[in-house]
Design a protein around this ligand. Structure first.
Ligand code: 6PG
Length: 234
């Protein structure tokens, strides 16, 4: 059974402080232990205030590699691009950021090529994976649907990464590369940040249901070997 630790805060500001502090701690520990840190950061809005706080952290950023936990295959600068949004918030001086190769045509094939490139480019396992969760139980870009297995499991040659199945589900209108379950649960530190009672109920149900959950995050966490820290605010 996955070991889950819930951390509850009074509001989103407290949540952001806590997440920023935890990310900084994980990065510092990874640098102390291995000389560098590779962190996958969630897209979506919840962690943004934490990223803004993290930008002010006194860290040896040149030893840090940052990659979005999932990416839409759109040109850099497109508002849909997670790494573009991250860059607006914080890409500290000296940190290495791996934008998943932007493609003019957001299609399934180019997503596969991007995943191959990223697979070679990252050092696995991640030191940290920070996830968000949608109201439908999606996490990273692993969306519910009859064939989300492709994203969940990632084809064997790139098991740490998956690609949303083709045709794309309506919620994921452009091709996406995403951390797969393997890429997520092998991270040395796994954190989830979410707000609101509805999402909390979905996540609690998903954890309860485990590997047969209709919520992707339930199937992802079912395999987590390390404790999972869930940071929640109303
Ligand atoms: C993405 C994210 C996605 C996000 C959830 C929650 O690229 O969209 O990786 O999984 O974390 O949709 O988003 P919010 O924090 O905005 O609710």
């Amino acid at each position: 059974m996955t070991e889950i630790e819930w951390w509850e805060y009074d509001d989103a500001a407290e949540l952001a402080d806590a997440i920023a502090g935890d990310i900084q701690f994980v990065i510092e520990s990874a640098i102390d232990a291995r000389g560098s840190a590779v962190v996958a950061l969630a897209g979506g809005k919840t962690p943004f205030p934490a990223y803004q706080k993290l930008a002010a952290a006194k860290l040896d950023w040149k030893r840090v590699t940052i990659v979005p936990g999932d990416e839409r295959i759109v040109p850099l600068g497109d508002p849909l691009s997670n790494v573009t949004q991250l860059g607006k918030l914080f890409i500290p001086k000296g940190a290495r950021v791996i934008p998943i190769v932007p493609q003019a045509n957001a299609d399934y094939k180019s997503a596969g090529r991007s995943a191959d490139a990223l697979m070679q480019d990252l050092h696995w396992p991640l030191d940290l994976c920070l996830l968000g969760m949608g109201g439908d139980g999606h996490t990273a870009s692993i969306f519910p649907g009859p064939d989300f297995d492709e994203a969940l499991n990632g084809p064997k040659e790139r098991r740490m990464l998956g690609v949303m199945p083709d045709p794309l589900p309506p919620e994921a209108p452009v091709a996406r590369v995403t951390l797969s379950r393997q890429g997520i649960v092998t991270a040395r530190a796994l954190m989830i940040a979410l707000t609101g009672d509805d999402k909390r109920r979905v996540l609690e149900q998903a954890i309860e249901q485990g590997p047969s959950s209709p919520y992707p995050i339930g199937r992802v966490l079912a395999d987590a070997e390390l404790p999972v820290d869930i940071h929640w605010a109303p």
